[in-house]
Design a binder for this molecule. Structure first.
Ligand SMILES: Nc1nc2c(c(=O)[nH]1)N[C@H]1C(S)=C(S)[C@@H](COP(=O)(O)OP(=O)(O)OC[C@H]3O[C@@H](n4cnc5c(=O)[nH]c(N)nc54)[C@H](O)[C@@H]3O)O[C@H]1N2
Ligand SMILES: Nc1nc2c(c(=O)[nH]1)N[C@H]1C(S)=C(S)[C@@H](COP(=O)(O)OP(=O)(O)OC[C@H]3O[C@@H](n4cnc5c(=O)[nH]c(N)nc54)[C@H](O)[C@@H]3O)O[C@H]1N2
Ligand SMILES: [Mo]
Length: 669
């Protein structure tokens, strides 16, 4: 039997897949062969998804903690016992401290429509729990792009094939967005030039025709200096700027502050490179910029994105198919699907920013204090910044923690109860991607392993245990939720029914021709024009000088076999990555007497790590890198031990990649 479904990982590619099932066991998993974006292939991680499904250390039954918090010793208990104990404890906490003492912590571990947000939201709304600002990924970038364009949706991803200049601006396509690569390859076969702008020499940068490596957090300056050159040389599209944009005079006068010589010093690039980039960008048509999220994780992340998003208007790149900015497609789906009623209405309780979970769990002035933490679809002990502080919070004896996951993650080690979650093969969902325009029905291929339950089923059970069994909102089935979302008269969904998806697995949104040149008829701003100058203003956020910690630590998603902290607990995937390393440039290594392969210390005020150094061209001078995702419990290393838990300028995201560190040799015994 072959079952059609798809991958619900937090990734722009949202692949459609086919699962071969024999005697109730999944034996083969392949990318959907005729899907125009998946094209029959998965990725280095998900090719071995069955390793995850059938992993020996998968959590298959509810577990109760018997050791100290963090130790990871648990005992199997029955579902009824676990649910009874959790409901009783939540009831006590709500009675004593109010609902806001309970905090859900979830992100996009499962990005499907209903497993990401539906029954859980209804449950916490009825409880009156604190709300979580789920801003760790994308919100800052989107805030910046929206400020300029009025929407986070730019050009359609597949139209990158029509570009003749492609700028991958702070995105590592080959690793994080692999299924866009064939479109880029076809554009290059037709003569397109590929430029990558990234402080790291990533796998993608190595494939490019030209790699520019500015210092992290300087993209707005680079973009302004490009505009400076373009305007100084009269290469701008005057007609587009005057008739299709607002704020051009203000932006134009701001450009005076960013001549290439000054920008070169800030960005750490030779001025000639900036001039050359500006000339290339203004002269090759169509010119497409591709962004995901990398540069958002900076103190000026939103400003960086809003400034980059102004570039296409300056040269009139929006005029043609294949020109402009490819950024985010999820907005097309949220516009079309009826998602409003899926998650219920949330009361106006306080909001806790997920980026600052360590602060929230340890803040003595927080009233009420967080007394219960319910974690699912996320692994905050690894993925949230300043993880020493996160751990201090999780270790609090008076904090009641429940983790629903497939594995005993670094977070789950601190849980009072660990509850078993289904894999993507074991539940129903509707997948709506942020990197392309096809909707997928993920149909369960096998029965839940052990006693695992999906997120929706967990919150139905918890609602019953709370005594809310009669409440109709907790009685809807997964199929009813999915059908409700599809029940929309929006033209993008024309011809897309549950029945068709069950048969075919996936379907392209029914998009109008005009989206190939998305702003031909105007921008979705109040004035209908591209906003070149508004809040946040284009400009530069100068970091605080920190002479004791002169290097910038970028902990990006460079591990091909991990997906954030997922897979980094699986032996095959860990072995394929070969252990955490600190990438350091030969210039910085020599200045510190560090040899390739030597174990070094990386430190700042938040913590210290010991790991081997890899000296080479992977990073530019002034920057060091540790891949995001390694588990501290397994490797003793997780980049977030060191990362800053400050916020970016807009959108509530973090400033992880602005983290300052110093690296040194280990002192001998
Ligand atoms: N294999 C794999 N694929 C993934 C993921 C994964 O963990 N592993 N994660 C998924 C998720 S959740 C997301 S959000 C996407 C993210 O996809 P991307 O945005 O492509 O990935 P990042 O690694 O966050 O950042 C991309 C690049 O930005 C660079 N960068 C950092 N700071 C700056 C800066 O200030 N300026 C510039 N120009 N570049 C900068 C980093 O060096 C990095 O190489 O990937 C998804 N795909
Ligand atoms: N230093 C640094 N930190 C970062 C980043 C970075 O680049 N550098 N990137 C940031 C970004 S962009 C993101 S998106 C976040 C990602 O952070 P998270 O969303 O926490 O991502 P994961 O680490 O993949 O953790 C997801 C967890 O959900 C579990 N899971 C999967 N499916 C299900 C399910 O159906 N139900 C339940 N209950 N659990 C499930 C997985 O097993 C896994 O443990 O990390 C952020 N943190
Ligand atoms: Mo992300």
């Amino acid at each position: 039997m072959v079952v059609k479904g798809g991958c619900a990982h937090d990734c722009p590619d949202t692949c459609a897949w086919e699962v071969t099932v024999e005697d109730g066991q999944a034996v083969r998993l392949t990318g959907a062969p005729n899907h125009p974006y998946t094209r029959g292939t998965l990725c280095a991680k998900v090719n071995r998804y069955l390793n995850r499904v059938y992993a020996r250390d998968r959590v298959l039954h509810p577990l109760r903690r018997v050791g100290a918090k963090g130790e990871g010793r648990f005992q199997r208990v029955g579902w009824e016992d676990a649910l009874g104990a959790i409901a009783a404890r939540l009831g006590e906490i709500v009675a004593r401290h109010g609902g806001e003492a309970v905090l859900p912590y979830s992100f996009a571990g499962n990005m499907g429509l209903i497993q990401y947000a539906s029954m859980d939201r209804r449950f916490f709304a009825r409880l009156g729990a604190s709300r979580l600002a789920r801003t760790i990924c994308g919100d800052t970038a989107n805030a910046g792009v929206m400020a300029a364009l009025g929407t986070p949706t730019g050009a359609l991803p597949e139209d990158i094939e029509h570009a003749r200049l492609i700028v991958l601006w702070g995105t590592n396509t080959v690793v994080t967005n692999l299924h866009l690569w064939p479109f880029i390859r076809r554009a290059r076969a037709a003569g397109a030039r590929l430029v990558v702008i990234d402080p790291l020499r990533t796998r993608t940068a190595r494939e490019a025709d030209w790699h520019l490596a500015p210092l992290p957090g300087t993209d707005a300056v680079l973009a302004l200096a490009m505009m400076h050159v373009i305007v100084a040389e009269g290469r701008h599209d005057v007609e587009f700027l005057e008739t299709r944009c607002e704020g051009w005079p203000e932006l134009r006068s701001r450009l005076a502050e960013y001549p290439p010589d000054r920008a070169a010093m800030i960005c750490g690039l030779p001025p000639e490179q900036i001039v050359e980039l500006a000339r290339t960008y203004a002269s090759v048509r169509p010119a497409m910029i591709r962004t995901l999220v990398g540069p958002e994780k900076q103190p000026g992340g939103a400003t960086a994105f809003r400034t980059i998003a102004c570039l296409p208007a300056v040269v009139g790149a929006w005029r043609e198919r294949g020109g402009g900015l490819v950024h985010w497609t999820r907005s097309l789906f949220t516009e079309a699907l009826d998602t409003r009623s899926i998650g219920g209405r949330s009361p106006r309780t306080r909001t806790i920013n997920m980026v600052q979970i360590g602060q929230a769990l340890t803040d003595p002035s927080l009233e009420p204090p967080i007394q219960a933490l319910i974690v699912y679809d996320s692994n905050p002990a690894v993925i949230a910044p300043n993880s020493g502080l996160v751990r201090r919070g999780l270790a609090r004896e008076d904090l009641f923690t429940v983790v629903h996951d497939l594995f005993v993650t670094d977070t789950a080690r601190y849980a009072d109860y660990v509850l078993p979650a289904t894999s993507f093969l074991e539940h129903l969902d509707l997948l709506f991607p942020w990197g392309h325009t096809y909707v997928t029905l993920n149909q369960p291929a096998i029965a839940p392993r052990g006693e695992a339950v999906s997120n929706t089923e967990l919150f139905r059970r918890l609602a019953r245990a709370m005594g809310w069994g009669e409440d109709p909102q907790f009685q809807e089935s997964d199929e009813e939720l999915v059908r409700r979302a599809l029940n929309s008269a929006h033209p993008y969904l024309r011809g897309i029914s549950y029945e068709r998806l069950r048969e075919q697995g996936w379907a392209p949104l029914c998009l109008p021709e005009r989206l190939h040149v998305p702003f031909r008829d105007g921008f979705p701003t109040p004035s209908g024009r591209c906003r070149l100058f508004s809040d946040p203003e284009p400009g530069w956020h100068q970091p605080d000088p920190d002479p004791e910690h002169p290097l910038v630590l970028v902990s990006a998603k460079t591990a091909l076999h991990f997906l954030n902290s997922s897979y980094s607990g699986l032996s095959w995937h860990r072995a394929a990555e070969g252990g955490p390393r600190l990438a350091i440039n030969p210039v910085d290594a020599a200045a510190r007497g560090i040899a390739d392969g030597e174990t070094v210390e990386v430190r700042n005020r938040r913590g210290r790590l010991e790991l081997p150094a890899r000296v080479g061209d992977e990073v530019r001078p002034g920057v060091v890198a540790i891949p995001h995702g390694w588990w501290r419990s397994l490797e003793g290393v997780s980049a977030n031990e060191l990362t800053s838990d400050g916020l970016s300028d807009r959108g509530g995201g973090g400033d992880f990649f602005g983290t300052r560190v110093e690296v040194g040799r280990l002192r001998g015994p």
